[in-house]
Write a protein that binds this ligand. Sequence first.
Ligand code: GLU
Length: 323
Amino acid sequence: MTTDQPKPALRAVVPCDPGPTCVGRFAPSPSGPLHFGSLVAAVGSALDARRGGGRWLVRIEDIDGPRSQAGADRAILRELERLGFVWDAPPVWQSRRTELYRAALDRLAAAGRTYGCACSRRDIADSAPAVDGARRYPGTCRAGMAAGRTARSTRLRVDAGETDAVVRLVDRVQGEIVQNVECEVGDFVLAHADGQIAYQLAVVVDDAAQGVTDVVRGADLLDSTPRQILLQRLLGVPTPSYGHLPVALDRSGDKLSKQTLARPIADVPAAQILCATLEFLGQAPPADLRRAGVREVWVWAAQHWNLSRVPRLRGLPAPAQWC
Ligand code: GLU
């Protein structure tokens, strides 16, 4: 989608698999068992990848140590299996790929695009709100940290004059999105002082390394996408197409998550939960498909999948029984 030419020196860090046709992926964070909200992204990405005979991959995003729950990765994979998902390569775990992210960070540093930042959340609490509800980074440490302060994070110099910080994308579900990353987010964090790599960098490195061509995921990540596209340009890797699905909301209008006590779906018959997900995604499965076998549901879903039927909304109430 972007017209930026890959920069060979930076591209070397992210080996790209040219891939056959379309490559999609589901990238759950193992912070708890699979629930209706995460299933929406799994079903949407899998059906979309298969639409032209493409491949579908699973990646466990477990580099956010505190949020990861022991055993949740295996539980998610088991549940996906029970629901009839089939992935085309062994799943990868981000925690086993940290050298790849470090190498990308080193390349960005060597290109003069990063700096150490001493600011805590409190230091920037008075800054303008950022697009994702956090605070826009006011650039305090951009020209160097104040004497005696030590770095708590490494940030990306978003606009160093050579790259346009305005990102425009046409999302396949949500339509045109334009974001000035410099004004709406500011220099964002790529890594923390303890070495933990930020999601924004890891996801870009992984999508490129796995040859992902089509990202289909929840609309809660829509505001992150321009940051990811900016990083893709700087690393000289291709920009996939993006489609952001409505996020499943609980009764109070919050995103369904482990924190909002979303009901695990492990005890629900596979065809029933898959049909509820298809319904949520606007695919209108016939009523009797709920009583069919899992295979039959997937066959129907693959034949009828139509992304243009997915509601163009960032959030949508989840069926009451799964909140
Ligand atoms: N790991 C993220 C999540 O579970 C998804 C990231 C992505 O799809 O880019 O919300």
